[in-house]
Design a protein around this ligand. Sequence first.
Ligand SMILES: [Ca+2]
Length: 469
Amino acid sequence: MRTLTRVTLLAVFATLTASASDRPNIVFLLADDLGWTGTASFGSDFYETPNLDRLASKGMSFTQAYSACTVCSPTRASIMTGMYPARLRLTDFISGQNRPYARMTIPDWNKGLEKRHVTIPEALKEGGYRAIHIGKWHLDYPDQDNQGPTAHGFDVSHEKPAGTRGYYISEKTVKELGLESNYATDYLTDKAIEEIEKSRGQPFFLYFAYHTPHTPIQGREDLVAYFEEKVDTNKIHKNPVYAAMVKSLDMSVGRLVDSLKKNGQLDNTLIVFTSDNGGLTQRYGKHDNFTENLPLRRGKGSAYEGGVRVPAIASWPGTIPEGATSGTPIISNDYYPTFLAAAGIEGDSGHNANLDGVNLMPVFRNPNKAIKRHLYWHYPHYHAGGDGPYSAVRNDLWRLVEFHETGNVELYRIDRDIGETENRAEINLKTRDQLKIKLQKWRKSIAAQMPTPNPNHDPERETEVARNR
Ligand SMILES: [Ca+2]
């Protein structure tokens, strides 16, 4: 009790004494569908990411960083709230995929972010932060108005200009706005830089949710031409258009860092870069083989590490050691409490009572700092790149996957077998049973929604997808 009171008093004192101008800026850069090996410093043999590599050399790289889900929207919701998607009941991307004849009926999930949650930009208001949203939101209920970023605490939001097809801004808009580039990522970067410049004197939270390198696979023409010359089919990564998209992302990061430097803000800014799920490795048509997450197994939508292990970099001069690497497992739920701590803000106690993430500041200061916990995933859905509805749990050594269609579990010694090649479920029985119980208890504790046997199951039609409702 005495300790608690002292901690609370210290936190109040810290909040009172830190004026708005002392607080660091927070820049959160979220790639879309960039896999674990999606940058050069994280192991790509083809993509060129000098700016992200420089950010890594100036900060900390996380080799075991995770997204809270194997697809988009749930991970974004976990970042905004610090909670597991299963707790939010936002377990699939907003439009989702309904397979009326599959073996399981998927639960009815939240197709948007409920306003009752205190989002990270809302919480940061306490510290006088200006919150800037750039790019892809992907958290609005399709049948309701006023669900965008500015309805969830952002002061300003910039998205792709109307009439943009995929990544290409229309010729008319390019002319009207006098743009130098018709590539949407370049345009959004211009907007982010304008907002950084407008924020001088006030701490800001910049959430830049890139579209790159999500489908459609469309690169900036000059960059595509550059990578076409360099394709080597013996390499793991070999799609020049995809490489151009990653390059656009990297160039954007370089321009943002330059802008922070120019405005004298770089030393007072925590920058975090990560991705919302793994790389898309399913193949179709002319876009055959966009990317690979090897040595990880599979990719976006799947139950394996390729779906959820992502690159992550954090930089904050003077606080995060330069060129450090941390093997501590972290997950996208962690950024919410981390940003509160970085800003010296307590946040909303009601909301924080249900946080699933932990404050990463101790790891930022010491990359070898361990966090004693289990990480969980719950995806009771079907996905084109997937393996059916599943849940998973991991600790430092083991990862267990439970498949809901069959009740089968697989167990991997993840610290040694990163590619999940040897299923040890029939070998390490005790570990298997302990983790299975742990996973079930966790699901129960947050009232996770489960898929149920489908009375209309038709084995011949089970992969058929219904049109979006
Ligand atoms: Ca995504």
